[in-house]
Design a protein around this ligand. Structure first.
Ligand code: GRF
Length: 212
């Protein structure tokens, strides 16, 4: 068993959460998933986590007087489970500076476009409607802004003639599932260096840009 522990925040489907947990169970990575927290009781991700043997905890904003108290409660759960890294996987809320500073340099997110292009909601449809021929995914550290933190890893995904926005989203998702666990593993192991706001990964991510 690894001593590195991660906590995953979700709001919805949970396919990335599932890929992150499965990679750990298969021994492809060296972290343990300590807890999965959802801000929505109805999120399929909660049951999926429990089915995978990961504690699924619901922390709903409406059960707290304000955003500060809600985030405090989420942070307390992450603290109870003693996590080394907080992993956002389809978590649909912006986090405040107070929360971000509670886990300094220890929150990562995945976004389905090549940032800084197409931040925010429905990134795949934004890219498709814009007519780009290459989109992709970005894994980045989280700051207070919208998809604006330091970029850790990106991977390009082509847009083919005849694709719908859904085709593009599905193609990107395959790579999200492949790379997010490996990048989390590198980050939680401390295998990176900051140069200003530039993040230099110190290990190769298996399957990415091989042959270069
Ligand atoms: C993914 O496309 C991820 O990039 C974005 O939200 C979506 C979450 O999907 N942040 P899932 O809940 O992991 O299936």
């Amino acid at each position: 068993m690894s001593n590195k522990r991660i906590g995953i925040l979700v709001s919805g489907r949970g396919s990335n959460m599932e890929a992150i947990v499965r990679a750990s169970k298969q021994g492809l990575v060296d972290y343990d998933v300590a807890v999965c927290i959802s801000d929505k009781a109805s999120a399929p991700a909660v049951q999926k986590a429990r089915d995978l043997g990961v504690p699924g905890v619901v922390v709903r904003k409406r059960d707290y007087p304000d955003r500060g108290a809600f985030e405090q409660a989420m942070g307390d759960v992450l603290g109870e489970y003693d996590v080394d890294l907080v992993v956002l996987a389809g978590f649909m809320r912006l986090l405040s500076g107070v929360f971000v500073r509670r886990f300094p340099g220890r929150i990562v997110n995945i976004h389905p476009s090549l940032l800084p292009a197409f931040p925010g909601l429905n990134a795949q449809s934004q890219a498709w409607e814009h007519g780009v021929k290459v989109s992709g995914l970005t894994i980045h550290f989280v700051d207070e802004g919208l998809d604006s933190g330091p970029i850790i890893f990106q991977y390009p995904v082509p847009v083919w003639p005849g694709d719908t926005a859904d085709d593009l989203a599905a193609r990107i998702l395959v790579y999200e599932h492949r790379f997010y666990p490996l990048v989390i593993d590198a980050v939680v192991a401390g295998d990176f260096e900051m140069q200003g706001r530039r993040v230099m990964l110190k290990r190769r991510i298996k399957g990415a840009f091989e042959g270069d």
